[in-house]
Every structure is written in C-alpha cells, then in structure tokens.
Design a protein around this ligand. Sequence first.
Ligand code: ARG
Length: 575
Amino acid sequence: MTDPQLVLTERVQQALANAFGAEHADADPLIRPSQFADFQANVAMSLAKRLRRSPREVAEAIKAELSDFPGTVEVSGPGFLNITLADSWIESQAAGMRDDQRLGVGTSTPAQTIVIDYSAPNAAKEMHVGHLRTTIVGDSLARLHEHLGNKVIRQNHLGDWGTPFGMLIEHLLDIGEPAAVAQLEAGMGTEFYQAARAKFDADEGFKQRARVRVTTLQSGDPATMRLWHVFMDATVRYFNKVYSLLGVTLTDADLAGESMYNPMLEKTCADLESSGVAVHSEGALCLFPPGFTGSDDKPLPLIIRKSDGGYGYASTDMAAIRYRVHDLKADRILYVVGADQALHFRMVFASAQMAGWLPDTVSAEHVQIGMMLGKDGRRFKTRSGESIKLMDLLQEGVDRASAAIAERGYDEATRNEIALAVGMGAVKYADLSVSHDSEYVFDYDRMLGFTGNTGPYMQYATARIRSIFRKADMEPAAATSSILLAEPAERALALHLLGFGTLIEEVTARSEPHRLCNFLFETSSLFSTFYEQCPVLRSDVEPETRASRLALCALTLRVLETGLDLLGVPVPDRM
Ligand code: ARG
C-alpha cells in the first residue's frame, strides 16, 4: 500500500482502538489534506462527544498512540491532528511504487462482471454529437474496470429497430441498394432519414408502403430482413469508422442493439403479467413501480406493450436488464446514457426490482451524460441548425491540430500522426474532464489549447518528460535510482504521485473519469514546478541528485501515460 491517505487511515484507526477500545477501530479518522501539514485528522472532534471528553484530550490520546509514526503529529486548535510524513517514508514508498508494475493500483478481488451499456447511437438518424460523449466516457469506464481486473462486457445498445424502419427500407428500395449503402457509409444517415420522412409526409402511396413494410419486417419476412441488414451493415460501417478514428475499443462483437431483444419481448411481457407485476391500463400493459407519480399525482406507468400490441423502448430495456443480470451475470450494470433519460432508467430499475429481476447484489447505475452545448449555450448544432456530422466534427479537430503544429518542422507523415493524436486527444479529454453529468460547451479553441486542463497540455507534459530522456540519452525505464527528496517541489510531486492507486480505484467505483483528469492535471502542474526549481541535466547537478531526479521524472511519466491510457487519450512520443 503506497497511498499515504490510506496508510494514515489505518494507523489512526489502530491508534483509536488502542486508546479507546476495539469498538472504535472502524471509525472514519477523517483524514484530509491540510494547509498546515501534509494531512490532518479530524476524528477527535466527532469522537469527543461520544466519549464525553474534550476534543483536545482525545487528540492528545491519539497522538500518544502514534509515537512510532514515521513523521510528526501535532495537536492544533480545538483538537485537529496535523500530520507531516517523514521524507524517508515518502522516499521508500516512492521507490516501492517505482518497482511496482501496477504503480500501486490494486486489483478487484474477487473480479466483478461489469456490463457497460455505452455509445448506443440510433441507426435511423445520424450518430450525433451527444453520442460522442456517451462513447468516450463509456470507453474510459471500460478501460478502468479492465485495468482493475474486472470482466467487462460492452453492450452497444444501438437504436436499430422501430417503426421508422418501414419508411427507411422503402426509401432504400426507391433509390436502390448501392446508392443507399454509399450514402449510409458516408455518414449521411440524417439526410437519408429526412428524405424518407419527407416522402412519408407528402406521398400517400409511400406512406402505405412504409406501413406494410413495418408489418413484414416485424413478422421476420426473410426478404425484408435482408434489406434491414443491408441498411444496418452500412450504418454500422460508418459507426466503426468513427470508433476507429476515436480509438474507441468497441467492436462488432459488442453490438447488442434493440433488435437483439425482439425474440424476448413476448415472454418478457407474459412473465411480468403472470407474476402480477404488470397490469392492463387503458389497453396497454404497464408497470407501476412505487414512488413514481405524474404531475396530476396519478401513478406513472412504464408501458411495456402499447395498446396496439407494439413494443417500445421500455419493453426492450426490461428484456435487456433481465438478460444482463440472468445471462451475462452482471455484478454491476452501467448505463452511460444522456441525463435526459434519468426518469426512464429510475423506472426501469425500480420495475426490475419489483419483478425480482434485479437482486440487491446487482447494482444498476445510470451514468448520466450532460448535454453538449454550442458556444451560444444551446444544444450543439451547425449554424444553419442541422445536426453536425460526427466525422466532420472530428476531422476538423484533426485539421486544427495540424495547423497548430504546422511550424514545428515535422515531415508530413509525422505531422499527420501527431495531429491525429492531438485532435482526438483534445476532443476526448474535453469530454472526460468535465463531470459527466454537467453540460458543457463544445469549443475547439478551448479544447485544443496548449495550456490548462486540456488534452494537448497533458500530451505535451508527457512529451516534455520524454524529451528530457532523449537529451539524457537514456530510456525512462532505465531510471531506477533511489528517489531522494531534498527540495520541497520534489517532495510535493512524490507525495502526490503516491495517491495514484487509490484515486484509480475511487474513479472506477464512482464512475468519475473527470477526477482522473484533475489528478493528472495536478501531476503535470507539480511536475512543472519541480522542473523549474530542480534542474535535472544541468552540469553542476551532483550525479546522485541527477539520478534521483531522473527516477522521479520516469515515475511521473508512467503515471501520466497510464492515466491517459485509462482515459483512452492517445499519447504521441513528441509534439
Ligand atoms: N439509443 C438511445 C439514445 O440514443 C440510447 C440507448 C441507451 N441504452 C439503453 N439501454 N436504453 O438515446
């Protein structure tokens, strides 16, 4: 264990047990970073009441039990314990971290099965910018869980079914398969949809054909299913282009669209009905999970079969949750989906509990994704009001990155490679660095900035450390000397790095990649200060100090690179 906060928690708990009895061994010692020391423990204040003693007295008693502590403990104010760690302790912990392949990051024992529902664009419309964020955040969560040794099952819940497919297939027949495929593969799903819609609204004959087509599709007619596959395959090829540009880990094996649940819907409804959980209401089959009421105070229904017999979004989600718990054996299910669907998921989870399909041992969580806004503070659109083609959006990021590094004298291939990493890194980091449930403004200028909490800045920080090693003519991996902490900036950096393992575990447990961004940003800020104040390669630096500083550089680099990899942000060698 390298994380000082955890070590302290354990030590103070031991002290509590020794001083006041074993029943206090589990009390939270309330260790927090402090202005006056490395940490402070606030537990004496809360414990004093229970023990009917003064907080200072309690604090003194704890301090007495910490006499062999590697550092200094002082009682201050009304009863705070100020704790400063010994440099030698930090040095040896940093050495331990340097020698640990996992950098102090633990593994889940036992490993859990984590189902992550993410990306999930709709095939009947173009993959839009909102799905960019569900894709990027979900992918980072998948990487984090895998890093902790959990089994991750990715589920790309594509919107690939529903009544619009009647008119989409008819339109496909009208324009011919090759033209349709070309259009869909090029990411013109929205245009395709709009053209179909326009005919549907204007042309009674087309409308009629579309309606009939919905029925033949739903009946599983082979010729219609083939056309549906033609449409879907072309659409998925476009999604895959976007995924590959982004460096997202989703593959075709992770496709689990709404259509996959079709064969289960009838039984889903029948089972819910026969167990008495679902009831008929105004012709529809509904679930009324407790605690949900509409504006009129009437119980709110989750409709699982419409009065015309059709199934919808909620039917599919009920089938999906049962499948994920029962067949996939999930311990946790993460739904990385827009925040505007919060009510839907609360009702689905409550309904599944009511049906006994979601036992207490399984946690279903909606990782709410905030809306992406344009610079005008409204939902992100182009100037003319259309939705923006994702591929174009990403390409613009790459082009701008390329322009930003134009003057640096790279050959074309290198420049393209760096521009791709910087452009995608910028877009991804911007998505991840804001808490996932808050809205944020999509702004190239800000996300491509080379200063501040941005992707390019983080990439630059790693490139800068790599360039130190190039100048030193050595591999970072060879920098394995003892880490000696003489200067405050060295000490601050090392102490911060020790928190990496716990941070990764917390970020994963709480699905909060933005906290990893904050940690990495702070890492690079502390590194900058260190690098300003502590020369590494200057000729007047003692060999021992130089070796120690190189070891600290190497450790920082590994933390940054591991962290960025867990975010899915690419790291170019140089910039
Ligand atoms: N396709 C949906 C949308 O774009 C998201 C699906 C999320 N997953 C789910 N199980 N409902 O809003």
